[in-house]
Design a protein around this ligand. Structure first.
Ligand SMILES: [Mn+2]
Length: 320
């Protein structure tokens, strides 16, 4: 086994209280990885107290439930953070309360935030790393854990379409399916079933998106439109991958107004220019070709879009 994985397993075995956290605005990979790892540690060490924390998103309830705790009351807890590149984007914990911190992630490393870091940018998903960790150690796994890990990998690789889908990804997924006789139809129904109003909203985006001469596509989704389609400020992010492989788009970005937090949630995807370094300048970040940002001032949304358009121009020029 990989040396760092060995150290992770050893550290987990040494702690009684363990808290597992992930990023704000969770996606299936984030929620599935924290619940799968929690359940696996609990199954392996029934005497440990293991918590998966953060706000639950109702459409991800099928992964299992999250735990509500006050981490200040825990004695010498271990923190495991999953799927997060920045300290500021971890949800639901008081960082300074922890005795030791482990991070397992597949985003590009922007800052060191843990005592022990397993960061593999070439992994399709955090769930792939957790699957590897479990299969290479004495950590236990059951059908439910396997199903969650499978869905996290499928979601983050966008059904094996995105970069960093490797032979290893397929090997691990095959093993999960074979070992637990996973029912793929049942699992895909959970992940992909959606209401018609979301599909209509997606059509609205396709019809109304602006596409620049540099092949940058963008749209601002304001409060009125979000209400009209009866969706929410995170709905657009669920459909941004559906705009992949469009001939006229090298990069595309959606801005959705989040009324509750009074900010603009930006989702960005690219199949050419690198975008995470641009997003980083706007309170965001992520992967090279899949990033996001949270912006307070609408003028910064325009500035971000301008920078992305320019990145598309440079990319386009480089092709000629
Ligand atoms: Mn992920």
């Amino acid at each position: 086994m990989d040396k760092i994985m060995k150290q992770i397993i050893k550290t987990i075995s040494n702690y009684k209280n363990i808290v597992i956290a992930r990023h704000i605005g969770p996606d299936p990979d984030a929620v599935a990885s924290q619940i799968a790892l929690r359940d696996s540690i609990k199954k392996t060490y029934p005497n440990k107290s293991v918590y998966a924390v953060g706000n639950m998103v109702s459409r991800f309830k099928y992964f299992g439930s999250l735990d509500k705790i006050d981490d200040k009351t825990l004695e010498k807890p271990l923190l495991i953070i999953l799927d997060v590149p920045n300290k500021s984007r971890i949800e639901g914990i008081n960082y300074e309360n922890y005795d030791y911190v482990i991070r397992i992630d597949h985003h590009p490393n922007v800052e060191n935030i843990a005592n022990l870091e397993l960061v593999n940018e070439k992994s399709s998903s955090t769930c792939e790393l957790i699957t590897e960790l479990i299969y290479n150690s004495k950590l236990k796994i059951d059908k439910e854990i396997a199903g969650n890990l499978f869905l996290g990998i499928v979601a983050d690789s966008d059904r094996f379409l995105l970069g960093y889908t490797t032979p290893k990804t397929f090997k691990l997924v095959t093993k999960l399916i074979e070992d637990f006789n996973l029912n793929l139809k049942e699992l895909y129904d959970k992940l992909y079933e959606r209401p018609i109003n979301e599909v209509r909203f997606q059509s609205y985006i396709a019809l109304n998106m602006t596409i620049t001469e540099n092949n940058f596509g963008y749209i601002k989704l304001d409060k009125k439109i979000i209400e009209e389609f009866n969706v929410d400020s995170s709905s657009a992010s669920n459909m941004i991958n559906n705009f992949n492989f469009i001939k006229e788009l090298y990069c595309w970005a959606f801005s959705s107004y989040d009324e509750k937090n009074e900010l603009y949630k930006i989702n960005i995807r690219s199949r050419g220019p690198i975008i995470n370094d641009i997003a980083q300048n706007y309170n965001g970040g992520g992967h090279k070709y899949a990033s996001g940002a949270r912006i307070k001032d609408e003028r910064d949304v325009d500035n971000l879009f301008k920078e992305l358009d320019l990145a598309c121009k440079k990319y386009k020029d480089s092709l000629e």
